[in-house]
Design a protein around this ligand. Structure first.
Ligand SMILES: [Zn+2]
Length: 275
C-alpha cells in the first residue's frame, strides 16, 4: 500500500511494557520507509493505564529514538500538558517536527507548544457545541502548522456524533476549522483546505531519512532492492512522484511514476479503486 504513511510507537497506555526488547522491535519498524513519525507517544494521566514513571521513561526514550532516526514525533498528551512540555524542553524538540495530536483544550495550554514551533492537529472536539475555547485556540495557530485529523474511531465530529468516527468524517472538522479561520466558502476556503493538505504532506509524507535508509539495509536486506535500490532511481515520496507525473509527462508519466501501475492510465487506476 504505497499511499499509506505510518506513525509507530509505544502509546503511554502501554508504557509499562516498554523495555529493551520492545525498543529493538520498534527500531526495526521505524526503518520501514512508509513510517513517517514516532507516535503516538506521550503522557496520559487521565487513564493512568501505566504507572507515571513508566510513562515518562517510555516517552523520553522514544523522543531520543525519534531524534536519532530523524523522524518527527506525534504526541498524545492528556491531563499532563505542563509536564509533557517540560520533558520535551529537557530532551529538545526534534528537528523533524512535533505534532500535538487531537488538541482539545484552550489557548493558554497550547501557546507554549506553538511558541516552541510545534504543529497542532484538531479533530472532532473542535466541532463540539461547548468547545469555544478549542476554536479560539485553533484560530491562533500559525496557518502553516495547522492540521486536521479524525482520531478514529473516537471523537466523531458534529453533526455525526453518535456514529463511529471514520476518516471521511474529517470533512466536517475541516469545514468547521475553515469557518473558525474566517475562510468563507469559495476560493478562500479552497485555498485554506489545500493549505491543510500541504501542511500534512510537508510534515508526514516524507522521504526516508538517512537513518531509515541505513537501517533498512540491516533489517530488510532481502526486500531492500525493492524498497530503495532500483538502480538510478532514488526513493521518492508518493506526492513527489505524483507531482512529477502531473507536471511533466501526462498519462504515460503517471503510470510510470507510480510503482505497480506501469501501463495503467489514470482512469484505470481510478476504476480499480486505487487512485
Ligand atoms: Zn491519542
Amino acid at each position: 500500500m504505497p499511499r499509506i504513511r505510518i506513525a509507530t510507537g509505544c502509546h503511554p497506555h502501554n508504557a509499562k511494557h516498554y523495555d529493551d526488547a520492545l525498543e529493538a522491535a520498534l527500531r526495526e519498524r521505524l526503518a520501514d520507509p512508509r513510517v513517517c513519525a514516532v507516535g503516538e507517544i506521550g503522557l496520559d494521566y487521565h487513564y493512568d493505564f501505566s504507572p507515571r514513571d513508566d510513562q515518562r521513561q517510555a516517552f523520553r526514550r522514544q523522543v531520543r529514538l525519534a531524534k536519532e532516526c530523524g523522524l518527527p514525533v506525534v504526541l498524545h498528551v492528556r491531563e499532563a500538558h505542563d509536564e509533557a512540555f517540560s520533558l520535551m524542553q529537557e530532551e529538545g524538540f526534534p528537528e523533524a517536527g512535533t505534532l500535538l495530536h487531537c488538541f482539545n483544550l484552550d489557548w493558554a495550554t497550547l501557546e507554549p507548544w506553538v511558541e516552541a514551533g510545534c504543529h497542532v492537529a484538531f479533530g472532532g472536539p473542535l466541532t463540539f457545541k461547548k468547545a469555544d475555547e478549542v476554536r479560539e485556540a485553533a484560530s491562533k495557530v500559525p496557518l502553516d502548522r495547522l492540521l486536521t485529523e479524525t482520531d478514529a474511531p473516537y471523537m466523531t465530529p458534529e453533526p455525526m456524533r453518535g456514529m463511529v468516527c471514520g476518516p471521511d468524517h474529517v470533512l466536517f472538522t475541516a469545514e468547521r476549522l475553515a469557518e473558525v479561520r474566517g475562510c468563507a466558502p469559495g476560493p478562500k476556503r479552497a485555498a485554506f483546505l489545500r493549505q491543510l493538505l500541504a501542511n500534512a504532506r510537508e510534515l508526514l509524507d516524507r522521504d526516508p531519512t538517512p537513518w531509515q535508509q541505513e537501517a533498512a539495509r540491516e533489517f530488510y536486506a532481502e526486500a531492500f532492492d525493492e524498497l530503495f535500490a532500483k538502480p538510478g532511481v532514488p526513493y521518492r515520496s508518493r506526492s513527489a512522484r505524483h507531482e512529477e507525473a502531473r507536471a511533466g509527462a501526462g498519462e504515460a508519466g503517471y503510470a510510470r511514476a507510480v510503482p505497480g501501475r506501469e501501463g495503467m492510465s489514470r482512469d484505470d487506476v481510478k476504476e480499480r479503486g486505487q487512485g
